[in-house]
Each structure stands twice: as C-alpha cells, then as structure tokens.
Design a protein. Structure first.
Length: 290
C-alpha cells in the first residue's frame, strides 16, 4: 500500500511537469490549429540557461528569470521569422517547426555538449511522512508551482482583455482581425505564454529528476504531445488532465513493470486515444478552418 501511494504521488508530480509542457501545444493548436514541434526545444534551451547560471553562482531567482526570458525571446523570434510568413499553410509550419527544433538542439549541443549533467537546483533532501506517503520538499514545490501556474492561466484566459482576444482569435481568426483584434500581437503572446510554461516545466523536470540533457527537448515533446492528445488537443485544462494521467501511468509502469517500457507505453497510450477517443478527455471538437 505504501509503495502504491508513493508511486501515485510520484506520478502526479511528474504529471504536473508534463502539464506545464503541454499547455504550449494546446494554446497554439487551439488558436492556430498548428502543432508547435519546436516547443520542446525552446523549453530545453531555457532550462539549460537557468542551470548554467545557477552553476555559475547566480541567485536562483535571477537564473529562473533569465531562463524564462530566454524562452520568451526565442518564442517571439520563431513566431516572427519562421511561423508568421507561412501562416495559413497547413503543412509548412509543421515542417518549419521540426527544422527549427533541430537547429536549436544543435546550437545547444555546441554550447553545452551532449553530456548528461545534474541539475544544480538548491533544495534540501529531507522527506516527510504523511501516513503511508513519503513526500519530499521538491514535490511540494512542484505542486505549489503547478497550482499557481494553473491559477495564473485561468485568470489570464478568463478575466483579462487578452484572454477575450485569445478566445476571439480561436473562434474565428479572420473575423477577429476585421473586428479590430490585434491578431499578430495575440498570436505572439500565445507563443510567449506557452514558452514560459514550458521553461517552468523544464526547470521542474530537471530539478525533480536531477538530470539535464539536450535530448530532453525530444523527450519533453513526446510526453507533452501525448498529454495534449489524451486531454483533448486545443483544451488547456484537458492538457493538465492529460499530463496528470500520463504521469500516473508512467509511474505505475516504472514501479511495477520496467522503466525500459516507458516510451512503448507512452506511444501505445497516444495511439489508443487517437483510435478510440481522438477528442481526448475534454471531448474538444476543433472546427476546421477553410
């Protein structure tokens, strides 16, 4: 019983991280009906910037802010120079995103090499016992940050003019532009918000697993995209639910079967949802634009 409870908690913790990464995919697809496959590489780069500054002796808050700003600036540049010129074309943005992701990964390899390294995140190793559950301070941090980011996203999308503009662009981009909505500004903001959530998720991922690698861009893309499909692609809250479910499933496989099967289980879960419930947990139907 104790082992089961601990694995459930581990899975939920990992699920929060996946949810942070999945938000970027859901936001972009919900508005533009495009999959931003460069998203995982942006969060990887921002996470490495944060880790490098921490290792160099920078204050934790400054290193995190620098990583977030790096992700935001990269998102702005990618949207402006790679995505906007081909907006409206169904295939070109996907091919462009894959190419941009490979470029970012190779630049990261030139800067930091391909060596796997620990994440220099200052955190005590103490553990707490809540009944049968073993809890670490880092898991508390992940939970608090996840709840705070979810609350911030809810406020942004439902209580601000920007959120209303985002919903208008999501419903009908052309009509929103005719009504005076600054579509380009809204789209850039969506990419920036997604990148910030991604870098936060990347920092939490590195801290929780105490490992960093430039391949985490691809791994994060796989897990986040799977979480997005499970939750309902285009649904931000579905992405959170999909991330939690994926984290729990992976934790159970690791604890009771073998960690060598993680990618197999992840791909199988992705295919299963695509075949049996393509609209995901949230049951989202995205109307196809002409």
């Amino acid at each position: 019983m104790q082992f089961l409870a601990t694995q459930m908690l581990n899975g939920l913790t990992a699920g929060v991280v996946y949810a942070m990464l999945a938000v970027g995919y859901s936001l972009v697809y919900g508005i533009l009906q495009q999959i931003n496959f460069a998203h995982g590489y942006v969060y990887m780069f921002g996470t490495f910037v944060t880790a490098s500054l921490i290792a160099g002796g920078a204050p934790l808050w400054l290193a995190i802010v620098a990583g977030l700003l790096t992700g935001a600036v990269m998102a702005i540049a990618i949207e402006r120079f790679a995505y906007r010129p081909v907006r409206g074309n169904r295939m070109a943005p996907t091919v462009t995103a894959v190419g941009i992701g490979l470029i970012i990964e190779n630049v990261a390899q030139l800067i930091w090499s391909s060596r796997i390294r620990p994440m220099p995140f200052p955190m005590q190793d103490d553990i707490f016992h809540l009944g049968p559950v073993v809890l670490s301070p880092l898991q508390l941090v992940v939970a608090v940050v996840g709840l705070a980011m979810a609350g911030l996203l809810w406020f942004l999308t439902t209580k601000t003019d920007l959120g209303r503009a985002m919903r208008a662009v999501k419903d009908d981009l052309a009509t929103a532009e005719l009504m005076g909505v600054p579509v380009d500004r809204v789209v850039v903001t969506v990419y920036v918000v997604g990148a910030i959530f991604g870098v936060v998720g990347g920092i939490l991922y590195g801290a929780y697993y105490n490992t960093l690698s430039i391949t985490m861009g691809f791994t994060g893309t796989l897990n986040a995209f799977t979480a997005t499909v499970i939750g309902g692609i285009g649904s931000v809250w579905g992405a959170f639910a999909g991330g939690l479910l994926l984290g729990v499933v992976q934790a159970m496989v690791t604890g009771y079967v073998s960690s060598a099967l993680l990618n197999t289980v992840t791909f199988s879960l992705l295919i299963l949802f695509l075949l049996l419930r393509p609209t995901g947990i949230a049951g989202v139907q995205i109307a196809q634009r002409p």
